[in-house]
Write a protein that binds this ligand. Structure first.
Ligand code: GDP
Ligand code: MN
Length: 390
């Protein structure tokens, strides 16, 4: 789960990370008041969306007067911000963060991630932070340094000093960086984060280090024990289909193909998407209805998959162990009766009560396309799509 920059900064501030003074605003008038409250002569107005690259898309503006703060806020709030990370449709901006502008001398990068290969929290740092960090990682990987944290002893001071030295920080700045790394690590570990990123970590005019931009994301499977983080969730930033699916106990992830998938079990859902791709199709979603899928759950799965206008065909792939094929079949027939479904449906059923399941589908009178196995199902889906699009 992702949170906004202003929320991340609030959280990190509590752990002792220096961040610029700032306030969030939902209207241009509030933004102007925020700038007055903060004081000073220059402010930054920053669009709050769950995507980076805002600087490149016009979502980060330095204002020289309160009036300019108001203008920038007015332009951003309610507009759709397109950045290299949002896709062409962009993201609707609901609020901005107004901050005192920092006088940046140099931009560094500091991040913590969980490295899946070593299964450990890993520090990533660079002396070439800012908006081109992805480019730096690609073209000059030697400018990006890594330090792996041993979970048995946690982050050690020497590791922080070594990392700081490798990105060229010495003296007072080194001790600032060490403090910041330790604070970031404590927050990361306490809150079950998957990613914590300060970019830029800015060296400012007075010689101190400040987190000018910060981003964190958290492990969704740990949210049950992180109520303060759960409260920061912003449903406006999530796909409404995914939110609805979660409410129905379904695991749904929207993708950009045209084959809707309704499958039981995450592994089988992945295999189904692979099979579709292997035969030349493109899945429109990942969907795991889970074990013991009631007819009602199957109906919900259909409704959510069909909310995606790109879906031209649906593949239902059920391998029933805990599930029962007859229940699934009843759910399918009920969905056909309840919903206005005008795309072809390919069904592959296997496992418990498969004969009863097939019988229910056959005698329903609906034109289900029956498939024998997964490969057969994927082939039928792709053939049908080819036939349908001249
Ligand atoms: P991102 O593009 O979404 O990562 O947004 P950032 O908050 O990182 O802002 C992008 C860039 O704007 C930074 O890399 C800085 O160069 C610049 N920037 C942001 N805030 C300030 C500020 O307070 N002062 C100055 N001088 N530049 C800033
Ligand atoms: Mn940034």
């Amino acid at each position: 789960m992702n949170i906004h920059e202003y929320q991340t900064k609030d959280l990190l501030k509590g752990y002792g990370v220096p961040v610029p003074q700032g306030k969030v605003a939902h209207t241009d008038a509030n933004a102007a008041t925020a700038a007055e409250d903060i004081g000073g002569e220059r402010w930054v107005v920053k669009a709050q969306i769950h995507a980076g690259g805002r600087g490149k898309g016009g979502g980060v503006k330095v204002a020289e007067s309160v009036d300019q703060v108001r203008q920038y806020a007015d332009q951003m709030i309610g507009s759709s911000l397109v950045t290299p990370q949002t896709g062409p449709e962009g993201r609707l901006v609901h609020r901005v963060l107004v901050e005192e502008a920092s006088s940046i001398v140099k931009e560094f990068y500091l991040g913590l991630v969980i490295d899946r290969a070593t299964q450990r929290i890993t520090v990533i740092a660079s002396d070439s932070g800012g908006m081109e960090i992805e480019e730096v990682a690609r073209k000059n990987p030697e400018r990006v340094v890594r330090e792996v944290i041993d979970p048995a002893v946690g982050m050690q001071d020497f590791q922080c000093r070594k990392t700081a030295a490798r990105i060229g920080l010495t003296g007072k700045q080194m001790s600032g960086a060490v403090k910041m790394m330790k604070a970031l690590y404590r927050c990361f570990r306490d809150k079950d984060a998957l990613l914590a990123e300060i970019n830029p970590l800015a060296l400012v005019e007075d010689g101190s280090l400040v987190a000018v931009d910060a981003k964190m994301s958290f492990d969704g499977n740990a949210l049950y024990k992180q109520s303060d983080i759960t409260e920061l969730r912003d449903f406006d930033e999530e796909d409404p289909k995914e939110v609805e699916a979660t409410g129905h106990g379904l695991n749904y992830i929207a993708l950009d193909g045209d084959v809707g998938c309704i499958v039981n079990g995450a592994g089988l859902a992945m295999a189904t998407m692979d099979a579709i791709s292997f035969h030349g199709g493109k899945p429109a979603n990942f969907l795991d209805v889970g074990g013991g899928a009631s007819p009602e759950k199957v109906g919900n799965a259909f409704r959510i998959v069909l909310q995606d206008d790109n879906v031209k065909i649906i593949l239902v792939n059920i391998f029933a162990g805990i599930n029962r094929c007859d229940w699934i079949a009843e759910g399918l027939v009920q969905a056909m009766k309840d919903l206005d479904i005008n795309v072809p449906i390919v069904v592959r059923l296997a496992g418990t009560n498969v004969e009863q399941g097939r019988e229910i589908l056959k005698s329903s009178g609906f034109p289900f396309i029956m498939a024998g196995n997964l490969d057969d199902a994927a082939t039928r889906v792709v053939d049908k799509l080819k036939g349908a699009t001249p």
